[in-house]
Write a protein that binds this ligand. Structure first.
Ligand SMILES: [Zn+2]
Length: 365
């Protein structure tokens, strides 16, 4: 700024912008781990670029959402191109910290960079107000802020929690999974071969893979702070299909409730040589002649509607896949009440999940 003065005072002035540059700068701030539990230590380093002088100081600061410096450290910039730091993390700290690294020359800041760190907070052992879904889009941070202001303490949502939740100190309830495909009924979850599209739940290898992928997706939420994990809703957790794994599970079930094949034969009026001899019938042979009357009625009722959709409103089409021979009499009593109320009721949907051969009815094409 140039100022022209006379004995009468300031006569005129002129401004000219100029740029201040430095070859010495902060390149980036790196964290060993971008979250910490209270009681743990946040460690990282500030990477520098350009010539480092004797009068250079690196200042590392933990800053809260409102721009307040909570703690800071001054370290002499040595010959190394980085400065390491450690901060103890306390329970009073907010869930989101801006970790700033600044380069000072003669106590004046000439360059800085920052990254974010989370302080894990679960909000457990307290009253919680949980809302499903947080506001998305450009105004998301203000939406989260508003939620918190009006008493919300946790958000239920799928995916990783955004920084805007941590900025508003909202705990998280991850919607981890929903074991279904395209619809809510088990029948809609089967592929053309009558196998669960998500993989058979009685196949240990498939389930191990499924569970690891679910767990893997929650890692970021764990660092944020999880109030409780939601296992999803509208699941068909009893889903069964026509795979050998489900058939094996069905045989083990029969063995458990009957004990011996002789006891089963007596109940079923059959002559199976072993539990392994019990197989599935092909669609056109259904229902078996010796099936209980209630089952035959149920079967006929199921054929009247296309059960591949939620509402069961479609027209019936020919069956394609196989299904087990007869329903077990001991299991039957549980379903009598359901069968006396045909139609698309939640109970009927539950029945979809009960046994492999019932699940098969919706396998219409
Ligand atoms: Zn299965």
């Amino acid at each position: 700024m140039t100022i022209v003065r006379s004995e009468r005072g300031i006569e005129n002035w002129h401004l000219k912008p100029f740029e201040v540059t430095s070859k010495s700068k902060v390149q980036t701030v790196e964290l060993k781990k971008d979250w910490a539990e209270p009681g743990e230590t946040l460690t990282g380093r500030v990477l520098l670029d350009g010539p480092i002088q004797q009068n250079h100081i690196v200042q590392i600061r933990l800053v809260d959402e409102d721009g307040r410096t909570l703690t800071r450290k001054n370290t002499k910039a040595a010959d190394a191109p980085f400065v390491s730091f450690e901060f103890p993390i306390h329970a009073w700290m907010p869930m989101l910290l801006r970790v700033e690294g600044a380069l000072l020359e003669n106590n004046e800041e000439i360059s800085s960079a920052y990254t974010f760190a989370r302080v894990t907070n679960r909000h457990q052992d307290q009253f919680n107000f949980v809302v499903w879904n947080w506001p998305s889009g450009d105004l998301s941070p203000y939406g989260s802020q508003s939620f918190a202001k009006h008493g919300v303490t946790a958000i239920l949502q799928g995916g990783a929690p955004s920084f805007s939740l941590a900025a508003s100190n909202l705990s998280y309830v991850p919607y981890t999974t929903s074991f279904r495909m395209s619809s809510h009924t088990v029948t809609a979850m089967l592929d053309d071969h009558g196998i669960m599209k998500n993989g058979c739940i009685h196949d240990p290898a498939v389930m191990e893979k499924w569970i690891s992928s679910v767990v893997e997706r929650q890692r970021e939420a764990r660092g944020h702070g999880v109030l409780v994990y939601s296992l999803g809703d509208e699941n068909a957790v009893h889903g069964s299909c026509l795979s050998d794994h489900c058939l094996g599970a069905y045989r083990r079930y029969l063995q458990r409730i009957h004990g011996t094949i002789a006891a089963l034969n007596e109940q079923w009026e059959s002559d199976f040589s072993s539990f392994d001899a019990i197989t599935l019938l092909e669609g056109e042979k259904l229902p078996a002649e010796n099936a209980p009357r209630w089952f035959q009625e149920f079967f006929a009722q199921r054929l009247q509607k296309n059960r591949t959709d939620n509402e069961g409103g479609g027209e019936a089409r020919p069956l394609r896949s196989g299904c087990a021979s007869v329903l077990d009499n001991r299991a039957a009593w549980q379903f009598q009440g359901i069968l006396s109320n045909p139609g698309t009721t939640p109970e009927n949907r539950m029945f979809d999940c009960a046994l492999p051969r019932v699940a098969q009815y919706g396998q219409a094409k």
